[in-house]
Write a protein that binds this ligand. Structure first.
Ligand code: F6R
Length: 248
């Protein structure tokens, strides 16, 4: 899997934002929608900042963009502080000209009975649009992509999952106390992610160095779901020097 290393997060994020903008513009010229899979968390923050800057200063339009977010905690109210719906509006959607009806984020308020059908329809909506043109990913210290924790199979669809204890403890900083972190989430599946035409995974900082090494140089295994990306024809990894520190 191709790896590009930048001196810092800001520089790497600018390059990724430019790649995303290029896809959006290319699709605009073809009169087609750009279908983007988006992530939350710290990793994409500077990418979103740069996209907002491009919108405000360079006139980049998101009017043809359709988005599908990777995941949401379950249960989760959209207006909660920790909600990924809230995160996406505050850090991107409120600042660009995307159409509200083009935004898709897994619904953390569903009844348990409704989850299965909802997840199947999430995958079907992506398929009907011809698949994701680009999926943006971060990586968790468990090796998760989306919330596909160790044990997630290569063909897993969008579904309800249990969070790994390490993921729960990493999330504690956002929830004041670890015991407030939801134990479950709805996540796009590994299978859903792998069907994207292009995938860019970003990781910054020294805390990610060990798992980045396993993802890039380790064996392909469901114990490190991100290692499945090694088999994708058009996936790449963008790192800062600190996240790349353990690579050969
Ligand atoms: C977020 C997501 C997760 C994060 C990962 C890294 O939508 O799907 O896989 O990308 O947990 O989180 P950060 O970027 O906060 O280190």
């Amino acid at each position: 899997i191709p790896v590009t290393v930048f001196p810092d997060d800001t520089t790497g994020s600018q390059v990724v934002a430019t790649e995303i903008a290029d896809i959006i513009k290319e699709k605009q010229q073809e009169g087609k929608p750009a279908v983007l899979g988006l992530a939350t968390g710290a990793s994409p923050l500077n990418i979103y900042k740069e996209l907002i800057r491009m919108h405000k200063e360079e006139g980049l339009s998101f009017s043809n963009v359709i988005t599908f977010n990777l995941d949401e905690y379950y249960p989760m109210e959209p207006d909660s502080l920790q909600s990924y719906v809230r995160f996406m509006y505050e850090n991107l959607f409120n600042h660009i000209d995307i159409k509200k009806e083009n935004i898709h984020i897994p619904d953390g308020t569903l009844s348990l009975d409704a989850v299965k059908t909802y997840c199947r329809e999430y995958d079907e909506q992506i398929e009907k649009l011809g698949g994701l043109d680009l999926q943006l990913l971060g990586i968790g210290r468990t090796g998760h992509i989306g919330f596909n924790e160790p044990g997630s199979s290569l063909s897993s669809p969008t579904r309800m999952v249990k969070l790994d204890p390490l993921t729960v403890s990493d999330a504690a900083k956002d929830f004041i106390k670890e015991e407030f972190v939801p134990l479950r989430a709805i996540t796009m599946g590994v299978g859903t992610i792998m069907q994207a035409k292009k995938i860019i995974l970003v990781a910054w900082g020294q805390g990610k160095a060990p798992i980045v090494q396993e993802m890039v140089e380790g064996k392909i295994t469901d114990e490190v779901p991100a290692s499945f990306l090694q088999t994708h024809p058009n996936a790449s990894v963008v790192l800062d020097e600190r996240a790349a520190a353990n690579l050969a």
